[in-house]
Structure formats: C-alpha cells, structure tokens
Design a protein around this ligand. Structure first.
Ligand code: OGA
Ligand code: MN
Length: 292
C-alpha cells in the first residue's frame, strides 16, 4: 500500500510502499507527479538504487537534463553523463583536497538556489539519492516559494509580478568570493533571463522564482535590484517556510525547482565522505516562454 504523509505544515511529504528499483508504471508515475504538484518535496526512504536504476526511474518520470553546470576539466566520476556528482569526492573516490577548485565551486550549493535557473530552460524536478552520508550535519533545507508568494503584501506582489532577472553561475559563485572563471567558463555561464514570478503548471499557484544565481533585475540599477532580491530571499526563507531534511542512507528526495529553493548545510567534509547523486528533469521551456 502506498502512503503519503506530510512532513511540514505547508509542503513536503514522505511516500512509503514503493520500490523504485523497478521503473514505475504509468499509474505510479501519475501518483508521484500528483504528490509532487501538491507537496513540492517528496521523500522516499530505503531505496537501494544503483546508478542504472536511478537513471531508469528518472527517465520514466520525464525528459532529463543532459548538461552539467560544472567547472572542471577533470574526468566525470560517475558512469552516466547526465548524473550530477553531489559529493566531496575526487575522481579516484578520495576526499577532495581542501583547496580544490571544484570544492570551492560546489560550496555555492550552500546558498539558497533553484537548480539550473542559470540555464535557458531550467530544471523541473531534481532527484537526489544518498549513497554515503556523514555521521552528522549535511542536511538539505527546502523553502516553499508558493507559500512565500501567498504571504507577500499585495503591493509587493504587484511590484514584482512583471519582473525579469538574469541568472548565472558566475553571480552565485561571486557571492562567495569565487570569481576566477576562465573565458570559456564565462561564455558557458553567460546570464539567462527568467521571470521572477511564475505560475506553477501542476497546481495553478504562483511562486517566487528566486535563486542565488540572480545577478540583475531587468530595468533596475544592479544594487537596487539586488537589495530587493535579498529582501525577498530573506522573506521566503523564514523558518516557517522551511523543511530541513536529515538524510538517511538510501533516501531519495525529489523536489520541484519551479516552486522551491534549497541549500546544503555544512558537515565535516575534510573528514567524512558524503556521496549524493542527482538526476534532473528539464522544464518545458524558458520561463519567459511559459504562461505568466
Ligand atoms: C543539489 C543540491 C544540496 C545538498 O543536489 O542540487 O543543491 O545538500 N544539494 O547536497
Ligand atoms: Mn541544488
């Protein structure tokens, strides 16, 4: 029997009674999609998936993103090109050196963000699977951007509704003082425009499309726009809008990037391994090409 139990008053739920080692049939795909549209974050525990099984599950849920927003010229540690390596491990599975450029870059995940908002067509769902977890720390926090929209004063809703922002990995990394990008990387990570307010396709609800990747608001002076984005981000990430996920081994967590933000929390990454693997579903179109 499949059960869905809320984990937070506003959003996030746990699904039990499924074994995702075998790809879901059409009925289960629909059930997961419906739960995602309602809860935005879905936790499925005790899923002993290998890379191939995680791939098969994700492919059954929708079209995958095929490019990774990474900076290295290093080999990819994982078997599948589409799989994002959310770990502190080097290509030989040892813990990365503390001064490794990739480690600095990955620290950007500690900022509230929405996956791939820096891509012209951004991410729909992300699916992160826990293969090795540290003994403590390393939570992932999620914030409900539909509830955050609902709670805005009407005047602010009116003000921000038509806004468009530029997003880039260069901007989010810049917030942490990481600014050594090659010319090639600057080209690859050139800013892309996204609506600031979206209508969530599966529920009809509106959400604030915030992300650390935002670097400018169209038509506004940069500092002025970024002050507004910072205020909105503070509003949207108040504790009442946040679910903090404490990982257990073999958890699969799925989140909707169209209407949530998330961030990694620290752990002792010089001492302990944390190996998480992510597959990402692509949204249908750039947000400006989607209905307002
Ligand atoms: C991600 C991400 C946060 C974490 O997988 O996209 O931001 O806690 N992860 O690892
Ligand atoms: Mn992320």
């Amino acid at each position: 029997m499949i059960t869905i139990t809320p984990l937070h008053p506003l959003f996030a739920a746990e699904m039990t009674g499924v074994d995702l080692r075998t790809p879901p049939d059409a009925a289960l795909v629909r059930q997961i999609d419906d739960a995602m549209d309602r809860f935005s974050v879905l936790v499925v525990r005790d899923q002993r998936l290998d890379d191939d099984q995680q791939m098969a599950f994700a492919k059954a849920m929708g079209p995958l993103e095929t490019t990774r927003g990474v900076i290295d010229g290093h080999l990819h540690r994982l078997k599948h090109a589409e799989m994002i390596d959310i770990s502190n491990l080097d290509t030989d599975d040892s813990i990365m050196r503390t001064d490794d450029r990739r480690r600095m870059f990955n620290l950007g995940n500690h900022l509230w963000h929405s996956d791939s908002s820096f891509k012209a067509t951004p991410a729909k769902h992300s699916m992160l699977h826990a293969r090795v977890i540290p003994p403590e720390g390393g939570n992932t926090e999620f914030a409900d951007m539909r509830a955050a929209w609902d709670a805005l004063p009407e005047a602010t809703q009116k003000l921000i509704e038509p806004m468009v922002c530029d997003h880039s990995l260069i901007y989010s990394r810049g917030l942490l003082g990481f600014d050594e990008f090659t010319e090639q990387e600057r080209e690859t990570f050139a800013p892309v425009p996204q609506r600031l307010v979206r209508r969530h396709a599966g529920s009809g609800r509106r959400s604030i499309y915030l992300s650390a990747h935002i670097g400018t608001v169209h038509g506004w002076q940069r500092p002025e726009g970024l002050c507004l984005i910072r205020d909105l981000t503070e509003h949207a990430t108040q504790r009442e809008f946040v679910y903090s996920h404490t990982w257990r081994l073999h958890d699969l967590v799925i989140w909707d990037n169209r209407c949530t933000m998330h961030r990694a929390r620290p752990f002792d990454d010089r001492r302990y391994q944390r190996d998480m693997r992510r597959l990402t579903l692509e949204d249908t179109a750039p947000t400006l090409a989607q209905p307002a």
